[in-house]
Design a protein around this ligand. Structure first.
Ligand SMILES: [Zn+2]
Length: 1010
């Protein structure tokens, strides 16, 4: 990270810079913009230039800005490291080669500085490269101090005149990030060459960029994934006739979703880029991707726009985006466009860090070949068609090279940098205004603050949520005394007519008290925007013209973390006595000495951390609530023996747990809470969805064996090694047959995923195989069946639940397909059905969960029967006959008979059986073997918490979490995804409870009579 040095010594330099720039600035203003071209006097590296020409497949796939390479006597070109020019066929550098080059540049030129910005999960370095004039680089710290005043207008007392003085002389920072998506391989070489051009070219167009601004470059964002991708490419080069393995792992944990982490900040790469962006007070974050021909600038996205971004920003998107298209169209480069299909709703993308921190978010999709081969590429009609926003579309069929891609990337960036520099006073002023509007938010659109109460039962999860906000550079305060605020009146849910009839008084505002020590997230701070976006609710109308949301539609963090968050409009909250909190520490501790300690269960995930930390202690769970020493303990509360106060204190420090000494074991029934032996299963089809589960368990300190479906297929006695098998969602290509069969293996060659001298980085700390193609196989299915029959617990979610049910691993539950339902990554309401189940320990009646269209579970008490929504009984009318609709019919000549009532049950209950169904029916599932619903989806009207719910009645009231006793074991099925993108801590304990109570899941179960 770039470090703060003494500010005082820099003030003088800064003044000198101000004078320098004022003079330079006036000179440039007179004649309009400099033409985008090389200077006739600019010396050119002819050999390198010839190769650029050679590797560019069409004369119109380049521009006057990049069709030559400026020559330098002492600065090495990318060829020094690559052995050829940037974008040359067959050449894909590892991250360390890219870094080596950037450091050669730094050594040779006073215009380049390289900074280390942190490490990845696997310990690889991430860097940022600053390119600017030597004066600017010398004044980096002083300039940053100036930019800091614009970034936090409170430091200049919101004084616009002072802001204008700073705007007039500060040097802006434009931050470019490359190859976050590892199969999108072109950015590193493009950025190596871009850095060289910016450092050595003396043409006025480039010099203006260099002198006028600081270009900051992170050439490789996903460093672990880059090295794996280069390995694969090398493998491909040495086996040119073979198929090569798909990139199953990118980073240690997730693949494509590494660009959906900007809300939860769970991954190192997000944290490192966020810190660099915020620390450097950058104005732009521009992220490079490759999936759309030839350059799609999705900066000016389609609607709906994220509700929390400043309209100043949405205008900037249009200005920069369309100008970019215009510049490149004039070069004659086809296929450059903006607008497109990307909606700008979710703030989860890496580049959105800038949008949520008062900057400008930008993103390019250029056209990559997933490696450095030159390939014929044929487009779909919707890619080459001309539309209003793509007047000069790409060509239907071309030969495309990595050099072409590098030409587009560099030309787009250079024109962007130049346009930004030309208008930097406007953009710097906007940067200030957006920050100022963030600070003045309470008096404008509001709210004034969010409050997280000190008496929340889940202080550990509350602390985790606050830590996410702190990673986002949000300031957190804590009240030093109790206080109260006025909350607005709740809107009446009754219709106007009802209200009039009942002569109700209109609902009145209420007062809410908060205890001392409550956390306050003030909205009069520069980064209020991100806090507001994460803590508020989202509503995506089913009538929105955008019918295909690009990503999740809802994410309300308080709901998904299971903690209380109150949105406070009342400005009085800002006057509450409070102090800033540097480090969030969840109150934890042991309040005395005894041989038995009790810890209340509030479904805090840290209870699992504690169980695995205290391996020698004996821990039991109370199956009923109890009281001790005037304190109430809920079901599932821990009773700990064989641990000293010191051991316990050490183990729970900072977990947000309170241990209370109790004089004797309570009289309620208890069962042991054991540290289950866990197998964590992945496929070789996709690892992303399970990656979010892995990182959650790793962060909680819950150990597991990480094995693939192939390992399961060879393990005939899984019970000898494991108590619980977690089979988290697969994601792509996850149909039941794909899980069993794997990838096609009747043809083609083995696809190895293992470290060799040729592929030293593939495995990392993950799994390996000689051939990725085989799946679970029928042996694997049998092994799983055996495991459950012999007492094991198998836990599945979403698509793996569908898999488990489709192969008959659990009976009495079927999966329906949604007809019209559309729940696109939304927060939905669920309701507790069976609070006595250990899976529900610590939970309340209502629980918010992440749902992405189901699956829809239905119950049956008869094996093999599929039951859908049982609307039949209600909709049936009486047969034709005498009397009114409610009357019984009669039969002439004999006394009437009553029609027996059919047994009725709710959708989340096992259907009651009729006598007819029970008669000699070997298919009837005995009560003890029937599905036990733990949580169900809320009623239709209560289903939507945040995001989009359309046609929700298809899933409303259906089971959301079900425990199916099977053989001696259990299959626990989730329709919701309880562990997702570091955003759903509130539902983690559904999984952890299953693990900790694996051999007592039937506790508290009440069975039907027949
Ligand atoms: Zn991408």
């Amino acid at each position: 990270m770039i470090r703060n040095e003494e500010i005082r010594t820099h003030v003088l330099r800064c003044l000198a810079l101000f004078l320098f720039l004022s003079v330079a600035g006036t000179a440039a203003l007179g004649d309009g913009e400099t033409a985008p071209a090389r200077d006739a006097k600019q010396p050119v590296d002819d050999a390198y230039t010839a190769k650029i020409k050679k590797y560019t497949t069409q004369p119109f796939f380049t521009s006057p800005l990049v069709d030559y390479l400026p020559a330098s006597k002492n600065v090495p070109t990318p060829e020094a490291v690559l052995g050829d020019v940037a974008g040359a066929p067959g050449i894909l550098p590892y991250a360390e080669d890219v870094y080596k080059y950037m450091r050669l540049l730094e050594k040779a030129s006073p215009r380049v500085k390289v900074f280390s910005i942190g490490k990845t999960e696997e310990g690889r370095e991430m860097i940022a490269v600053a390119v600017s004039s030597p004066e600017n680089l010398k004044n980096l710290e002083a300039n940053r101090a100036q930019l800091a005043k614009l970034a936090d207008p409170r430091t200049i007392k919101l004084d616009d005149a002072e802001a204008d003085r700073i705007v007039a002389q500060a040097v802006p920072v434009y931050y470019i990030t490359g190859t976050i998506h590892s199969p999108e391989t072109g950015a590193p070489t493009a950025l190596m060459e871009l850095a060289y051009r910016l450092a050595v070219d003396e043409s006025p167009y480039i010099r203006e960029i260099r002198d006028g601004m600081i270009t900051l470059i992170t050439p490789v964002v996903e460093v672990d994934g880059r090295d794996r991708m280069v390995d694969i490419y090398h493998w491909h080069l040495s086996h040119p006739k073979d198929f090569y393995p798909p990139l199953i792992y990118w980073g240690k944990y997730v693949a494509h979703d590494n660009n959906r982490d900007a809300m939860g900040v769970t991954l190192k790469l997000t944290e490192n880029v966020l810190n660099t962006y915020v620390d450097q007070k950058a104005q732009v974050l521009h992220d490079l991707h490759e999936s759309v021909p030839y350059l799609y600038d999705n900066t000016a996205g389609d609607g709906p726009f994220n509700a929390w971004v400043d309209p100043i920003l949405t205008d900037e998107w249009e200005m920069i985006g369309w100008r970019n298209v215009s510049d490149m169209t004039k070069f004659g480069m086809p296929g450059v466009f903006t607008h497109g299909v990307f909606d700008t709703w979710s703030p989860g993308y890496l580049m959105f860090i800038a949008a949520m921190h008062n900057g400008i978010s930008r993103l390019y999709e250029t056209f990559g070949n997933g490696g450095a081969d030159t390939l014929p590429r044929t487009l779909d009609a919707d890619e080459y068609s001309r539309t209003w926003y793509r007047q000069n579309p790409p060509l239907p069929k071309v030969l495309w090279s990595q050099r072409d891609n590098n030409n587009y990337e560099q030309t787009g960036l250079l024109t962007s940098l130049h346009y930004f520099n030309e208008n930097k006073r406007l953009f710097l002023k906007n940067f200030y205004l957006k920050a100022k509007r963030s600070v003045t938010k309470p008096g404008a659109e509001g709210p004034s603050a969010y409050v997280l109460p000190a008496d929340d039962p889940r202080l550990g999860s509350q602390a985790e949520l606050l830590r996410v906000l702190q990673k986002q550079a949000v300031e957190i305060s804590r009240s030093t005394a109790a206080f109260s605020v006025t909350l607005p009146a709740k809107k009446s849910t009754k219709s106007k007519k009802d209200a009039k009839d009942a002569k109700d008084t209109p609902p009145a505002p209420t007062t809410r008290e908060f205890p001392a020590g409550s956390y306050i997230v003030r909205m009069d701070q520069p980064y209020s925007r991100i806090a507001d976006a994460l803590l508020d609710y989202q509503y995506w109308s089913p009538d929105d013209p955008q019918k295909t949301p690009y990503d999740d539609t809802g994410w309300t963090f308080g709901e998904l973390f299971g903690v209380q968050v109150t949105r406070v409009v009342d400005p009085k909250v800002l006057d509450v006595a409070m102090e800033r909190v540097k480090e969030i520490r969840a109150p934890s501790g042991v309040s005395g000495e005894a041989t038995i300690y009790a810890i209340n269960n509030n479904a805090e995930p840290s209870l699992a951390t504690l169980r695995y930390k205290l391996h020698d202690a004996s821990i039991e769970a109370a199956e009923e609530p109890f009281e001790s020493g005037g304190k109430k303990f809920s079901r599932g509360s821990f009773l700990i023996r064989n641990a000293t106060r010191a051991q316990l204190n050490d183990a729970i420090s900072n977990l947000g747990l309170q241990a209370t000494p109790v004089s004797a074991m309570p009289s309620v029934k208890t069962h042991p809470v054991r540290a289950a032996r866990i197998a964590f299963v992945h496929t070789w089809l996709s690892t992303q969805a399970e990656g979010w589960w892995r990182i959650a368990l790793d962060n909680l300190g819950v150990p597991y064996d990480y094995i693939s479906t192939q390992t399961i297929s060879k393990a005939s006695d899984l019970n000898a090694k494991y108590d619980v098998i977690l089979f988290p969602p697969v994601g792509f290509f996850s149909g039941p047959t794909a899980i069993i069969n794997g990838m096609p293996s009747a043809w083609g060659n083995p696809l190895p995923w293992k470290n060799t001298p040729e592929t030293p980085n593939l495995v990392g700390k993950n799994d390996s195989t000689d051939d990725m193609r085989p799946g679970l196989g029928w042996e694997g299915v049998a092994n799983l069946q055996n495991f459950v029959a012999k007492g094991g617990v198998l836990l599945t979610a979403t698509d793996t639940s569908r898999f488990a049910l489709s192969i008959g691993l659990a009976d009495g539950v079927s999966v329906g397909n949604a007809q019209k339902m559309k729940i696109v990554g939304s927060v939905v309401g669920t309701r507790l059905v069976d609070g006595a189940s250990p899976i529900a320990y610590g939970y309340d009646e209502k629980l918010s969960a992440y749902c992405d269209n189901g699956p829809i579970f239905s119950l049956s008490s008869v094996s093999g029967a599929r039951s859908g929504r049982r609307l039949g009984a209600e909709s049936r009318t009486r047969p034709t006959g005498r009397g009114t609709m409610d009357d019984p019919d009669f039969t002439i000549g004999r006394p009437g008979t009553e029609v027996p009532d059919e047994p009725k049950s709710e959708i989340w209950e096992n259907p009651l059986l009729t006598d007819e169904q029970l008669h000699n029916n070997f298919r009837v599932i005995p009560p003890a073997n029937r599905a036990r619903v733990i949580f169900r989806y809320a009623d239709s009207k209560d289903l939507l918490i945040s995001g989009l719910v359309e046609g929700g009645d298809e899933i409303a009231q259906h089971p959301a979490v079900v425990d199916v006793p099977t053989g001696n074991g259990h299959v626990v099925l989730f329709s919701i995804n309880p562990v997702y993108r570091g955003e759903t801590r509130g539902t983690y304990s559904l999984v952890l409870n299953t693990i900790l109570n694996f051999d007592s899941l039937n506790a508290g179960r009440k069975l039907a009579e027949k």
